[in-house]
Design a protein around this ligand. Structure first.
Ligand SMILES: [Mg+2]
Length: 231
């Protein structure tokens, strides 16, 4: 049976792992370091946002407006802090079923490109996966350093996946795996499907409402891999 070539793009935070707040703590510390703004992210939900959009919102709250150079400075301060937070965070965890699903899809053979579709900048994304040794499963991605807008970074990730397969993007089935309505919207924005998982801050019902094609409580069990690899 020949199956249409496919590109799978996994979101990171809330979908693959939880860093136990390491990312948030590093962002807050970076804003204090660069702009002396301690409450820039108070009451602010990072879920589904890209790194650049998070920093832009924080700087805008603290100072009224943000330039791209301001955002770069905060991200430069954020990355080493993230790496040290990740080394010491006690609550890092990989969500149930993730290792099995990732293992299965990466072993599926030619015609399946497995990448990341995450708002994290690339260095931050791989730092967050290093502790679980999951990073090596994802040879490409669309990242928060590719675009501030999530739909655009998903488009970039999808194009890289198609390129890795040696296929035109239009010939590929693209599936985004994510935990927020923003993942669903980004998938929709490029005409991709979205498998949503309620391991982040949103319930299955909310993800269904947002228009996800499939919704699971966790990635445990055979169904998710069947969908990701099925025709
Ligand atoms: Mg997420």
């Amino acid at each position: 049976m020949s199956v249409r070539p496919r590109v799978l793009l996994f979101d990171l935070d809330g979908t693959l792992v939880s860093t136990g707040g390491a990312g948030r703590r590093a962002m807050i510390a970076a804003m204090v370091e660069v702009f002396d703004a301690a409450d820039a992210f108070e009451g602010f939900n990072f879920a589904g946002m890209t790194d650049r959009s998070i920093v832009r919102a924080g700087i805008t709250k603290a100072r009224g407006a943000a330039t791209d150079a301001d955002i770069d400075r905060v991200l430069d301060a954020y990355l080493p802090r993230l790496e040290s937070e990740l080394a010491s965070t006690p609550h890092y965890r990989v969500f149930p079923g993730v290792s099995d699903v990732v293992h299965e899809v990466t072993r599926a053979g030619p015609g399946v490109a497995v990448g990341l579709g995450t708002g994290n900048v690339k260095r931050g994304a791989y730092a967050k996966l290093a502790r679980s040794a999951l990073g090596s499963a994802f040879s490409f991605g669309g990242f928060g350093c590719d675009a501030e807008d999530r739909t655009e970074l998903i488009r970039t990730g999808a194009s890289r996946g198609a390129e890795a397969l040696g296929e035109p993007l239009a010939a590929c089935r693209v599936i985004v795996i994510g935990d927020t309505p923003r993942d669903v919207a980004a998938a929709r924005g490029i005409g991709a499907a979205c498998l949503a998982v309620a391991t982040g801050p949103y319930t299955r019902a909310q993800l269904q409402e947002a228009g996800a094609d499939w919704c699971f409580e966790t990635l445990e069990g055979p169904e998710a891999a069947e969908i990701l690899l099925g025709s």
